[in-house]
Design a protein around this ligand. Sequence first.
Ligand code: ZN
Length: 274
Amino acid sequence: MKILICRSVLLLAVFTFILSACSNSLDSPQVQIPDTTLIWETSAVTDKGSKASKGRILIDPGHGFDDPGCTAYDGSFTEAQITEKMAVMLQQELISRGWEAELTHDGKHMPDAALLYASAQQMPLRNDVNVNPQEWVCDNSVFSKYERVLYANACNREKPVTLFLSLHVNSIETSAQTVRGFEIDYYKDHPNAAIAGSFCEILKRALNDTFDQKIRLFADNAEEAFVVTKYTDMPSVLLEMGYASNAKDAALLISSQFQMQLTQSIADAIDNTF
Ligand SMILES: [Zn+2]
């Protein structure tokens, strides 16, 4: 009997221990917290319009995938590396200021060709657009400037985009390595040229307040305009953040202080325009 009771107590203790171990593993915060954090972070970036925002900014990191863009004078970086880094920094800054901010690509994934074809079919006709957007889609490993237009316009139809901002790095032949500074471009005959132009002026002042280098602002005509500023439906601006062919600009482009200051200046200009 004594032995039987001891055995029962022992069995009960073992059973209680197993039950408590199971319940601990289900409630364990070490398992739950990282998962929840990951989901929250992902939805905060991609959730479109679940809460009020100042507006929607679509940031386009120029180049990427099989197109590195230009290369630093000393070969130390590519344009795509800088544009992708700056685009993510700007996106985070704008989200922290209450904007919805999205990227046209993250350097790893590009929009589906079917979505781009659908966008091409819906592209409105404009007097100054004498092209067939259906021929713009190429299902390959380059996210072309034409495909970026189709993607931006698809986003805009889904929910209006306040500003499309394409980030690039300039370069010039070796004989002119002294050329440096910023370049801001928009298309002067775009239906939204007045808004894009105001943003460019405010951006120029914001850059001028912080940086010493020259700032060139161009209101391009139809022949000069970039594809992404010309054919997009929303206000659209292209910013060249410096010259990779110039040693001083190249050093700035990879400096985290410059990257932070530039991010702040662009975000300030967006805050002050829209
Ligand atoms: Zn470029």
